[in-house]
Design a protein around this ligand. Structure first.
Ligand code: HEM
Length: 90
């Protein structure tokens, strides 16, 4: 894991729901993405995509469209790595 990435705990992630002026973040495969800029482009619509906001969307994503290459699509939206709650910011 690169030291340049923000280390995001589940409680930090939970605050990023896309509501109250905050960006929408989601975790996929251990990586955390800011999905706010992608919202208007999602073929499945914003409400569907927002179901993963503030939480780990790996399972839901995999149930809907496992063939979609999110790592490439969201590479410019990557902001950090999901870590355990106990891990301190470094
Ligand atoms: C379709 C990307 C999350 C629901 C698509 C498609 C892409 C995409 C590229 C078109 C796929 C195709 O036509 O083969 C993403 C990305 C996501 C994400 C990058 C994560 C950040 C989700 C979530 C849901 C969802 C969480 C549901 C809870 C759908 C649905 C479609 C779709 C229903 C089908 C739309 C249609 O063809 O009418 N998504 N998606 N997506 N997505 Fe997502």
């Amino acid at each position: 894991a690169g030291a340049a990435y923000l280390r995001v705990t589940p409680s930090m992630l939970r605050r990023q729901t896309g509501r109250r002026g905050k960006d929408a973040w989601t975790a996929l495969g251990g990586r955390v993405y800011n999905i706010t800029p992608y919202l208007p482009f999602h073929p499945g619509g914003e409400p569907e995509l927002l179901r993963t906001a503030g939480r780990d969307g790996t399972k839901l994503f995999g149930e809907i469209h496992p063939w979609v290459n999110y790592e490439t699509m969201l590479s410019s939206c990557l902001i950090g790595l999901l870590v355990d709650e106990t891990e301190a910011q470094s």
